[in-house]
Ligand binder design. Structure first.
Ligand code: ZN
Length: 297
């Protein structure tokens, strides 16, 4: 009984964390907005500013080369959700490689927070993609982090080190205060470097997608662009790849950012869904790009 209670608690916690990463199975955009506390409403005006500018003064920690958005009002971290240009049928599939800082024992017990098959399929299908990786994930799977981070098909963006909350409440995730939040971002970039990943970009996805102006202010010196999404795949804890594919295909518009996951443990049908999504979107005239290409437009 102890075991089943423990397991149920663990599943609930993981469910909460992942749901925050883009909604649970079957969530619509509207439902996501409700569940997420409408992050767009708390975003500064910069969220709607598509004008890109090269990162002028890269800070320690954040890699520089990729295009970033200009800071928002009062220097707040800018937020990107999707490219608004309608002329070009491009779409970015993004994959959150989630692992919370306290999940080491579960990985040691054999739980798979990685998804090598998914990465292999993205390579085989030649789908350039952006992986939002936690530092803890890179520590657990350094060979995979290096392999992804040295493959031009991919870019690695920052999904925090700990996968804790940058704004509270956030699906029950433990909260970081401003200074800890800032340090957590640096610690993730450091973990990528330690693993040997070089294709890193100065983009940051808030755990659970939860943020407010305080969180954007806390990260202002990190010189990152916060990246949200406009299409929720619903792959977290999904059992039916067809339903995930349908939800994505129904939601994608030119310039969309789709949030999915790169963890077998909590998103077991993502690879199968990708097998269905990719050829169909190509048939509709879409081209797959990394987030950096969308932001650079
Ligand atoms: Zn996440």
């Amino acid at each position: 009984m102890t075991i089943s209670v423990r397991k149920a608690a663990a599943v609930a916690a993981l469910s909460a964390a992942l749901a925050g990463c883009g909604g649970g199975a079957g969530t619509s955009d509207a439902a996501r907005e409700a569940r997420m506390g409408s992050p767009a409403a708390s975003a500064p005006a910069s969220a709607a500013t598509p004008s890109a500018s090269a990162a002028a003064s890269p800070q320690a920690g954040a890699p520089a080369k990729a295009p970033t958005l200009a800071p928002g009002p009062n220097g707040l971290t800018p937020v990107f959700e999707r490219a608004k240009q309608q002329s070009d049928k491009t779409v970015a599939l993004t994959f959150d490689a989630d692992m919370t800082s306290d999940q080491g024992p579960r990985a040691a017990d054999g739980e798979h927070f990685d998804n090598p098959q998914l990465i292999s399929t993205l390579r085989k299908l030649r789908v350039p993609s952006t992986v939002f990786m936690t530092g803890r994930w890179a520590e657990e799977y350094p060979d995979q982090a290096k392999s992804i981070g040295t493959d031009p098909n991919f870019e690695i963006a920052n999904h925090s080190y700990s996968h804790h909350a940058f704004k509270s409440p956030c699906y029950g995730l433990p909260a970081l205060d401003g200074a800890a939040a800032r340090a957590d971002v640096d610690r993730a970039f450091a973990a990528f470097r330690t693993a040997g990943a070089v294709n890193t970009v100065p983009y940051f996805r808030f755990p659970g997608g939860c943020y407010d102006d305080d969180a954007l202010r806390a990260l202002s010196t990190a010189k990152v662009t916060a990246v949200q999404w406009d299409v929720v795949s619903g792959d977290a804890f999904a059992k039916d790849p067809g339903a995930v594919a349908e939800q994505v295909l129904a939601g994608v518009k030119p310039g969309s950012v789709v949030v999915m996951h790169c963890t077998r443990s909590a998103a077991p049908v993502t690879e199968e869904a990708v097998q269905r999504i990719v050829p169909e979107l190509r048939k509709r005239g879409y081209r797959f790009v990394k987030v950096s290409e969308l932001i650079g437009k």
